[in-house]
Design a protein around this ligand. Structure first.
Ligand code: FSX
Length: 354
């Protein structure tokens, strides 16, 4: 249920020190590529902010996205994210079930009308009215439309919600689509990846709660701070690419020497994500470091683009030239900009009154 205390009050009640909050905001500032000085401003803003009501909907997915977030490396950081928000509905994490769970969702919507954030993981079935994925007697399609109607913004977590993902792959038996194919009148932030990096989810939610605004997005609705560079741009094997040194198979001398995996199918040059910098499991490694090429899981239609083990076409613009486009983000980016402008205006009015 929604709570109305500030984040600062909640942290104090739990015995979490200002030092811990500053550590968190320093981390947030660093992963979002903000100036180090933003850390103190963020800590102050967070202390005074009321917890953001979040309704988390899970549709056609494998639960990898929730697993990624809840198994993030640092329990302290993970706990803090859950302290910043009032998670009013989440089918996997909530204790209640059945009618009580539905009542919790509806009550949160009513109490926080126009102010709550909807997080969606999973794609939306649309074929035959969406009957292939239902919950509590309603299709995912109905629940999404109903819940998003009075939301402040929507965050699509995972490639399924952002672009349709694996459920959308050919022959797409359920008519799976992305959230942005259904919701056209709300700001939408896409955090793709199958699954997405925990820090990208936590960082984006943290930014939204801290600043009350949407981070800068790319043309696919993804936060630029996490999706602004290709894997290739930041890959530690890049010097081998530049010198023309490629593994030709996974067991040749080049592979053993850690040369570039471009010729064995790596999709890093056309994939935008932070895997090469944030890495996984608390920065331990990422697929390319473990010897396997990038599958391109944070891009639209990654499953249907051909073999993961065939080299990209020779005419691929390696510095970001060719990225197959899915027309998902135009409306979302436009709505996000309008929302941010409205928030700025509201704040100016509030400041003028105080
Ligand atoms: Fe999809 Fe997420 Fe891949 Fe799985 O919720 S992005 S199949 S990791 O679980 O939606």
């Amino acid at each position: 249920m929604a709570e109305h205390e500030t984040v600062g009050e909640l942290l104090a009640r739990r015995g979490i020190t200002r030092r811990a909050l500053l550590k968190y905001t320093a981390y947030l500032a660093s992963v979002m590529a903000l100036a180090p000085s933003a850390s103190k401003v963020m800590a102050q803003a967070l202390s005074e902010t009321r917890r953001q009501s979040v309704i988390w909907l899970s549709f056609q997915e494998c639960t990898g996205c929730t697993e990624s977030l809840t198994r993030s490396f640092s329990p302290t950081l993970e706990d803090l994210i859950f302290d910043l928000i009032s998670l009013d509905y989440h089918e996997t994490l909530q204790a209640v079930s059945g009618a009580a769970a539905e009542e919790a969702r509806l009550a949160a919507m009513e109490e926080n009308k126009g102010k709550y954030v909807v997080v969606v993981d999973g794609s939306v079935s649309t074929k035959d009215g969406g009957v292939y994925s239902t919950n509590a007697g309603k299709t995912n399609l109905e629940v999404l439309k109903e819940t998003a109607a009075d939301a402040l913004a929507v965050i699509s977590v995972g490639t399924c919600a952002a672009f349709g993902g694996i459920p959308h792959a050919n022959p797409n038996p359920t008519g799976a689509v992305a959230v942005s194919d259904i919701i056209k009148d709300k700001p939408i932030i896409n955090i793709p990846g199958c699954p997405p990096i925990a820090e990208a989810i936590a960082g984006t939610v943290g930014y939204l709660v801290t600043f009350g605004s949407i981070p800068e997005l790319d043309d696919k609705g993804r936060p630029k701070s996490f999706f602004g560079d290709s894997i290739h741009d930041r890959c530690y094997r890049r010097p081998f690419y530049d010198r023309g040194l490629f593994a030709k198979s996974f067991d040749d001398e080049g592979a053993r020497k850690g040369w570039c995996l471009y010729e064995v199918g790596c999709k890093g040059p056309v994939t935008y994500n932070a895997c090469a910098t944030l890495k996984w499991n608390g920065g331990v490694s990422f697929p390319i470091q473990s010897g396997h090429g990038c599958l391109g899981c944070s891009e639209p239609n990654f499953w249907d683009k051909g073999s993961f083990y065939r080299a990209l076409p020779a005419d691929t613009g390696v510095n970001g030239g060719v990225v197959a486009g899915a027309a998902v983000a135009g409306a979302a980016v436009g709505a996000a900009s309008a929302w941010m402008a409205r928030r700025r205006k509201e704040r100016a009015i509030e400041e003028a009154k105080s």
